[in-house]
Design a protein around this ligand. Structure first.
Ligand code: NAD
Ligand code: ZN
Length: 388
């Protein structure tokens, strides 16, 4: 008997929004209420909050504030629990953190019509988003990112994940959030390194796509370093907008192709984070990765020495250390393995995004290892790191 294949094809529309506010859980702020109401206008919605312990340490009133806010609006919001979870990369390095959230989803009978509300830096947002996306095959998620990097990049896309086998984001899902709520008040308590780190993602997206945005960042370099909130909010806004545009209109939201242009500078960044045992922040590593790939692009004749110098100077002015913390053949070899691991993560042909001008991305499919080593040595000589 000959059975013909049954063809299947359908499209699903993904829709979510990013909101900006200050003091999200203050009693007179109705944004959170409105977002929940947009889902179910006349019904109570169950909420499980997951909070980064680093955020709570700096905002000790937060969990009580959330509870009071939910009580105030108890016709609509059904508070269950504030689960506190370790902040920073350690949240992605231990599966127990995922398990605790899944257990809390079970204990509190969170269903697909309820919400997990993740409050924290990019690491907690990635990890909690992953847990929410696998419980019941996906419960709804609201992200409340609390660092610059999570507000302009990590929390606004469709990727969730944790690290495994010494590889960043080895386990994860593509799952869109219901909404993202950026509260600028959280940014005031960031350590200087976390205030700066997220700017690396803005520089990245500007360099590959938008020369005007690059010029704005360059003009604002000192204001950004000196914690000017308006300069930072403008940078976050444009960076987030460009990331969201790319996901919606770049033609490959779930990365089925071989190219990942938003990961300019990231093959080495991910490897450096792992090699530093995550003492480097993601944004700090991205700044180094951008500097390395820009220097490589210079050595390959893709950009001029003037452009390279200008970008490196701007990045150091903002406060980035652009040395590459590897020394000796063994470590350099390990770092360069990042190129292959980057290819494996995505599959298909090796595709590394470089630039051949400000705002102009260029995909290449081969990296000359000797030239890449020269680029690394150049940066470490320039920024005074001794690479034996
Ligand atoms: N899913 C994605 O598309 C995507 C994109 C980019 C980055 N990421 C991931 O994001 C992570 C990096 O995120 P990050 O840069 O936000 O760092 P992070 O989440 O590691 O947080 C850094 C530190 O800041 C603390 N913190 C968070 N908010 C704070 C606040 N308001 N005040 C004081 N301290 C606060 C945390 O507790 C932590 O100790 C990496 O794991 C990276 O891989 C994911
Ligand atoms: Zn990144």
């Amino acid at each position: 008997m000959q059975l013909n294949p049954i063809e299947q094809s359908f499209a699903v529309n993904f829709k979510y929004s990013l909101h900006f506010t200050s003091g999200l859980f203050e009693s007179n702020n109705d944004l959170f209420m409105k977002v929940i109401r947009s889902y179910k206008p006349n019904e109570k919605v169950k909420l499980l909050f997951v909070i980064d312990d680093g955020v709570l340490k700096n905002h000790p009133e937060l969990s009580e504030g959330i509870k009071e806010y939910c009580l105030l609006h108890n016709n609509q919001l059904q508070y269950t629990e504030c689960l506190v979870t370790p902040g920073g990369e350690k949240s992605k390095n231990n599966y127990d953190n995922v398990d605790r959230i899944i257990a809390a989803i079970n204990d509190n009978a969170i269903c697909r019509h309820s919400f997990v509300v993740a409050v924290g830096g990019g690491a907690v947002i990635d990890m909690a988003g992953f847990a929410a996306s696998i419980a019941h095959r996906g419960v709804k998620l609201i992200r409340i990112p609390t660092t610059v990097l999570s507000q302009n990049d990590a929390a606004i896309g469709v990727k969730n994940g944790i690290n495994a086998y010494n590889k960043k984001n080895f386990i994860g899902t593509f799952a869109a959030p219901y909404a993202i709520l950026n509260d600028s008040k959280f940014l005031t308590s960031l350590e200087q390194r976390d205030w700066i780190a997220g700017v690396a993602e803005a520089i990245k997206v500007a360099l590959i796509k938008d020369a005007d945005f690059y010029n704005t960042i360059k003009e604002n370099a000192i204001r950004l370093k000196e914690r000017d909130m308006d300069a930072m909010l403008n940078t976050i806004y444009r960076c987030a907008e460009m990331h969201m545009e790319h996901i919606a209109r770049g033609g490959d939201p779930f990365e089925s192709g071989s190219s990942r242009p938003l990961d300019f500078g990231h093959w080495s960044a991910h490897k450096l984070e792992q090699m530093s045992n995550y003492s480097l922040r993601h944004g700090e590593a991205v700044a180094k990765g951008i500097a390395l790939d820009l220097t490589y692009a210079r050595f390959k004749g893709l950009i001029s020495v003037e452009i390279l110098d200008e970008i490196l100077e701007m990045m150091t002015e903002i406060g980035f250390d652009l040395s590459i913390p590897v020394s000796g053949d063994k470590e350099i070899h390990e770092l360069l393995k990042g190129i292959q691991e980057f290819r494996e993560h995505l599959g298909g042909e090796l595709t590394i995004t470089l630039i051949n001008g400000i705002g102009k991305k260029l995909d290449v499919h081969h990296i000359d290892m000797e030239i890449m080593k020269n680029a690394l040595n150049f940066l470490n000589n320039k920024y005074k790191i001794n690479v034996a």
